[in-house]
Design a protein around this ligand. Structure first.
Ligand code: ADP
Length: 270
């Protein structure tokens, strides 16, 4: 017994160390894979608009090609659209890296009306959704929608969620998006963004807020991204003292639910 117990204990420790090393190696492999995916996606996301812009610019410059007023308009529209896309992609990566390297004191907190900001972002999305034959509706039911946030980042949060709702729409169905606001009670505001898109499996739902995590979309190679949008959204919502969760059914659609602290309104107390 004098020898068996220490030998068993030693074997157990060795086993734990061995298992721990395997888990670490596995995690490291996963992180490396995610980073490689990220670089590949980023290269694609940035290269595609750049080559389209350069092609359109070449055509504009090429005097040997006859250009009608409508083709000129089309080429300049292409350049403008692709530049916007490029700017949004670069902005997304910058947003995340800024918040990896700095603290929240760099934010500018002001009191804003969430209903107004949501409405503005929805308006900029209307054209995009209508392009696919779909629609976006807004039910701003919150009476008190005053929150204390950094306006630019709060706008980005709503923008990112709506952008995903369009990006992950079903190919055979027109996108129907809905965004609602309501006061859960006098202290908290809820913003819910619902789509009828491809949906998310239960096992993926737990991971989508992790940095670089992307759900494989099978043969739909056109849906590109960095896996950073939701990580950024979660980080910002947390800084704003809020919470974010997702509910989804595969093949039916998803709901993203944000709650944020409300600034109490004096009128309500009187
Ligand atoms: P990205 O869109 O760049 O991949 P995100 O962090 O925004 O990164 O999203 C992570 C993953 O969550 C996406 O790859 C996608 O699979 C899934 N996802 C996000 N929003 C939706 C949505 N509205 N419907 C279905 N899947 C979604």
């Amino acid at each position: 017994v004098r020898f068996i117990i220490p030998t068993l204990a030693f074997t157990l420790i060795l086993l734990v160390v061995f298992l721990y090393t395997i888990i670490l190696a596995f995690r490291q492999k996963k992180i490396t894979e995610m980073k490689t995916d990220f670089i590949n996606n980023m290269t694609h996301e940035l290269k595609t608009p750049i080559s389209t812009i350069s092609l359109a610019a070449q055509m504009l410059n090429d005097n040997s090609i006859q250009k009608s007023p409508s083709s000129l308009k089309h080429l300049s529209q292409v350049i403008s659209d692709e530049t916007k896309r490029l700017r949004f992609q670069v902005e997304k990566v910058l947003q995340m890296s800024v918040f990896d390297n700095s603290d929240s004191s760099a934010l500018k907190f002001t009191e804003v009306n969430a209903n107004k900001i949501v409405e503005n972002v929805v308006n900029t999305f209307k054209i995009k959704v209508e392009k696919y034959g779909g629609s976006i509706s807004c039910a701003l039911n919150a009476d008190n929608a005053m929150i204390s946030v950094d306006e630019m980042h709060f706008t980005n949060i709503i923008y990112n969620l709506l952008d995903n709702a369009v990006k992950y729409m079903r190919e055979d169905t027109e996108p129907q998006l809905k965004i609602t606001t309501r006061d859960i009670d006098s202290n908290r505001l809820e913003i819910r963004i619902s789509d009828n898109g491809i949906g998310i499996k239960k096992e993926d739902l737990k991971k989508i807020f992790e940095k670089f995590y992307r759900v494989s979309t099978g043969n739909r190679h056109d849906v590109k991204g960095f896996g950073l949008g939701l990580a950024y959204v979660k980080k910002m919502v947390t800084i704003f003292d809020g919470s974010i969760s997702a509910e989804s059914e595969l093949g039916k659609g998803s709901d993203f639910i944000i709650t944020l602290p409300l600034i109490p309104q004096e009128d309500e107390e009187n």
